[in-house]
Design a protein around this ligand. Structure first.
Ligand code: URA
Length: 246
């Protein structure tokens, strides 16, 4: 693969821009023999991108054929490219992640499902269409754990109703929590295997309570890393993806 094509695939702009970045001396490649960074000026240089590290304008990147990232979504952000009232989660990502091409079109990584504006926690994004489809499919049943802070004390009857199943207005089939653990008088950990619109808020409303705070802490076996502050993101690797799949 030519260096300019690799940069294009990683979201650094159209090939002409990528070629310009190289020709201006802004691209460095890690030389494994000398263990140092080499400025490369030939944008058509043939490279093997797998496992490759490179720098663009001093910032280090690793090559990812497909991008999988985890974002600690902060409150007050919308999971939409065109937000209506709050900043978009996409504004928290660096431009290359938003500009990765997909089948010739600039698409960037896309959120795997959505969290409400006021919900915080673990959000996956990817440019792997099959992965997004599989993860969002109702048949996939990836478990999601939500830490729910409620307005009123949660009693044993409410917990039992959430486990037995509650009817939401638009669907006669009851929806059940896969697990429901009381953490404190007003706090519970709710595990869901589906992802209906406002599901947690509607389930709590159906048992006569009200959600005051909502945080997604886990998807499958992948916990939100404690070192990732709200607004921060990191790449996901094969081991993380295996944890999510379970
Ligand atoms: N359920 C909700 O009600 N809101 C979310 O953001 C996620 C799950």
């Amino acid at each position: 693969m030519q260096l300019q094509d690799m940069l294009y695939s990683q979201g650094f702009g159209i090939r002409r821009v990528c070629s310009g970045l190289v020709q201006q001396g802004w691209v460095e490649l890690w030389n494994t023999e000398t263990e140092s960074w080499d400025v490369v000026l030939d944008s058509t240089l043939d490279i093997d991108p797998e496992g490759m590290s490179f720098k663009v304008q001093g910032v280090e990147w690793a090559y990812h054929a497909l991008g999988y990232v985890l974002l600690h979504k902060p409150a007050g952000t919308e999971c939409s490219q065109k937000p209506s009232a709050h900043p978009s989660i996409y504004s928290l990502l660096p431009p290359p992640l938003r500009l990765r091409p997909n089948k010739g079109a600039v698409q960037g990584v896309q959120a795997v499902g959505r969290l409400d504006q006021d919900t915080t926690g673990l959000l996956l994004l990817s440019d792997d269409g099959q992965f997004i489809h599989r993860m969002s499919s109702p048949k996939k049943h990836v478990s999601k754990v939500y830490r729910v802070t409620c307005k009123h004390p949660v009693d044993a009857k409410q917990v039992q109703s959430l486990l037995d199943g509650v009817v939401l207005d638009d669907d006669p089939k009851p929806v059940k929590a896969a697990a429901c653990e009381l953490i404190d008088t007003h706090v519970l950990d709710l595990t869901l295997t589906e992802g209906k619109y406002h599901q947690v808020k509607r389930m709590l409303a159906a048992v006569g309570n009200r959600v005051e705070g909502l945080h997604r802490s886990r998807m499958g076996g992948l916990e939100l890393p404690t070192e990732l502050a709200p607004g921060q993101w990191r790449w996901l690797y094969e081991a993380d993806l295996a944890l999510i799949r379970g």
